[in-house]
Ligand binder design. Structure first.
Ligand code: NZQ
Ligand code: ZN
Length: 385
């Protein structure tokens, strides 16, 4: 196991009725930006609970953060923060709203062009404190310091990671997720699953705790995900799904072990170019990447086959084939199609375009061994035709 320093500063309030905790978390005199998406929170009662918890504090509402939050939209929220001297941001929604709040928090006092925060990894000196009320289990954004920001005018989607943008607190009330459309529930399961795989399906590194923990999160997603889709108001299934998605990317399982993240980097390009939902890009890339990288990932693939899918009989190659097939089938069963053709995307042209774009951003050696070169990226996408 490699050395590591682990610190997750986000306080989690989990369970029914926990939105009331927002009142205890925010200073009585806080000037709050309430950041939200397209309005789902007004229909499912979350907004009313949040308003009640905010009480008499001055609140400036900013709705309209879109899925794959856009730089132009977020800069309008930055302008509100500056004009109203906002000193706390409360993000209420899914990963897009939460990620958007991190960019806004970092951009408000940023000197220069805030796009450089993602485009050039420019240094952040300060960020407004963030609290979140999560309504979509998927990204782990409620308990990590990462955000992914899109800029549609230039067809870009880029990430940044900084300790200053960890939420100070996050409210996870599984009941807020009952109103999710099946498509978003499935997306969330598929995204969380891939987050675990990025930190687990690499090469053995004596991370016994990390491995066993990763395998449990995968199993919970496999078991509770379909239960939730079949019965959206099953509180316990939903609660386990919410908590699993948080643990998939609160950084714990990735400590001291190699990490991949190539599926995500390739996936972000597919979203930037073709507007495919984040989780669906992962459904396309992950099974194909497992196949193309089966030699360097061999030992972990066999471990994954045995411990996650109980595939213990037959030749090693047959077990690996079966594990990859089970992964593809899991995504397909959720309703997340795994082929570029399913999204009317031509593999040939897209494969070379994505490889070129990644290389031009310095991502020519992806994966836990740096062996996913532009040629391998092309191979992965061609195999996902
Ligand atoms: O905008 P509203 O009206 O709220 O509707 C949203 C949106 O249309 C809706 N929704 C959310 N909660 C709901 C609900 N509808 C009904 N009931 C509820 N309770 O769901 C739609 C999708 O929301 P979005 O926030 O876009 O989804 P998700 O949470 O999957 O976030 C995706 C974004 O997160 C990034 C992705 O790249 C993408 O931009 N990621 C962030 C990561 C991180 N911060 O660590 C890691 C991930 O790998 C990912 O890249
Ligand atoms: Zn993801």
């Amino acid at each position: 196991m490699e050395n590591f320093t682990y610190h997750n500063p986000t306080r989690i309030h989990f369970g029914r009725g926990q939105i009331a905790q927002v009142d205890r978390e925010l200073p009585a005199n806080a000037r709050v930006l309430l950041l939200a998406g397209g309005g789902s929170i007004k229909q499912n009662g979350v907004y009313a609970q949040v308003k009640a918890a905010l009480g008499a504090r001055p609140v400036f509402e900013f709705f309209g953060v879109e899925a794959n939050p856009d730089y132009d939209t977020l800069m309008r929220a930055v302008a509100v923060c500056r004009a109203e001297k906002v000193d706390w941001i409360l993000a209420v929604g899914g990963g897009s709203v939460l990620d958007g709040s991190k960019f806004v928090a970092a951009a408000v006092d940023f000197v220069g062009e805030p796009w450089d925060i993602v485009a050039k990894r420019a240094k952040i000196e300060r960020a407004l404190p963030i609290g979140t009320v999560l309504t979509l289990p998927a990204t782990g954004s409620e308990a990590n310091g990462a955000a992914v920001i899109s800029r549609r005018t230039i067809k870009e989607k880029l990430a940044f990671i900084h300790p200053l943008v960890f939420p100070r607190f996050s409210v996870l009330d599984p009941e807020t997720t009952f109103s999710l459309p099946a498509r978003q529930v499935a997306n969330g399961i598929g995204d969380a699953f891939c987050h675990v795989m990025e930190q687990y399906l690499t090469f053995p590194a004596h991370g016994a705790i990390q491995d066993r923990f990763a395998e449990s999160v995968l199993r919970v997603l496999i078991d509770e995900g379909p239960k939730t889709l079949a019965n959206p108001r099953d509180y316990d299934a939903r609660a386990n799904l919410v908590w699993a998605a948080t643990w998939a990317l609160n950084n714990a399982i990735g400590m001291g072990v190699p990490q991949d993240w190539a599926s995500h980097m390739i996936g972000h390009e597919l979203t930037a170019l073709h507007g495919i939902d984040h989780a669906r890009t992962l459904a396309i890339v992950l099974p194909s990447l497992m196949q193309v990288q089966r030699a360097p990932k061999r030992e972990k693939l066999l471990q994954y086959a045995a411990r996650v899918w109980d595939l213990r009989a037959g030749s090693e190659d047959a077990r690996i084939d079966a594990a990859i097939a089970a992964t593809r089938k899991f995504y397909e069963t959720l309703g997340l199609q795994t082929r570029l053709a399913d999204y009317d995307v031509k593999a040939d042209t897209t494969a070379s375009e994505v490889a070129r774009r990644l290389a031009s951003k310095g991502m020519a050696q992806l994966g836990e061994r740096g062996d996913i070169t532009p040629a391998v990226v092309e191979k992965i996408l061609r195999a996902a035709a």
